[in-house]
Design a protein around this ligand. Structure first.
Ligand code: OGA
Ligand code: MN
Length: 295
């Protein structure tokens, strides 16, 4: 049986079946997955339980893996695998840890990974080890569809604009600072980076809204009030339900998502707080973000 790719959401998300991801992949299968990744931005592999080395080996088919900047999140078996837990060493709910990539209000938490880095990630892979009885979904929004549906006047207004991105330095979003609390001082203060407000995907060229409420501080080409208002308008837009697809976790699920433009994501913190959520994660290195400029 060959690989099958079945779309899940209207604009993004697809389930990939007919492939064993616990063993080395044939080059043709890697190429099929890469194409599905470009077409659908988020891929789901279901019903396959991965060990730490298996997740790392599967992920490495798609590029170089990047260890987490902070040692305390690195998995003891492999520095390229990141631990994502919502509880501390005593098993108690830890809001700062739970807030890494997740938010009570999605509107404040949309992001793509490593947008605070000069070279954001290509892909993130997340595999579920422990999930709550209910809630704790990961939600995706298509920032390609969001951009495409903007009025032409807005597309013109956004063309050529650049924005500042910062993890610990984003004073606009108090929730970011909560998540950033779990980072050490050096990571929190790592230099601010500049990316375009609208990017073009490096391989497909498709435009996407790139600014996000979690990490973007301000648009460079305007004053603070105008920048705040414009960013709020864009965040309300990408938050529209019609662009979203929501993944409900089952044990044995692995997701792989795009961070170079086209998709943003946010986890939900809506589960009973005494329930454990534990994921392992890898990050595949990307390339610099390119600007999309309208004619
Ligand atoms: C991440 C992330 C969301 C989640 O790992 O980058 O944002 O649902 N995770 O855990
Ligand atoms: Mn994330």
């Amino acid at each position: 049986m060959g690989i099958t790719v079945t779309p899940l959401g209207k604009y993004l998300g697809a389930e990939v079946n007919g492939i064993d991801i616990c063993t080395p992949l044939a080059p043709d299968d890697v190429a099929t997955i890469e194409q599905a990744f470009l077409d659908c931005q988020v891929l789901r592999f279901r019903g396959q339980h991965l060990t730490v080395p298996e997740l790392a080996a599967f992920s490495a088919h798609f590029g170089d893996l990047q260890p987490h900047v902070q040692r305390k999140f690195q998995h003891p078996e492999d520095p390229n695998v990141v631990e994502m837990r919502n509880y501390d060493d005593d098993g108690n709910f830890d809001l700062a840890a739970a807030s890494r990539g997740s938010m009570e209000r999605l509107r404040d938490g949309w992001h793509s990974d490593l947008s605070y880095d000069s070279v954001p990630a290509k892909a993130t892979l997340l595999h579920a080890l422990k999930i709550p009885d209910r809630g704790g979904n990961t939600v995706f929004t298509s920032t390609h569809a969001a951009y495409d549906s903007l009025p032409d006047a807005m597309k013109k207004r956004l063309s050529g604009l650049r924005a500042e991105f910062s993890y610990g330095g984003n004073t606009r979003n108090k929730f970011t600072n909560l998540a950033a609390n779990s980072l050490d001082k050096a990571s929190r203060e790592s230099t601010t980076v500049i990316h375009p407000v609208v990017c073009a995907h490096p391989l497909t060229g498709r435009p996407a809204i790139y600014v996000n409420p979690l990490i973007t501080v301000r648009i460079l080409e305007m004053g603070e009030a105008e920048s705040d208002a414009l960013l709020d308008e864009l965040y309300d837009w990408i938050d529209r339900p019609e662009f979203q697809w929501e993944h409900e976790w089952r044990l044995g699920d692995t997701l792989m998502w795009e961070n170079r433009g086209g998709s943003m994501h946010c986890g939900r913190i809506d589960y009973p707080r005494d329930q454990h959520r534990h994921m392992i994660r890898t990050t595949v290195s990307g390339q610099p973000i390119e600007a999309h400029v309208t004619a």
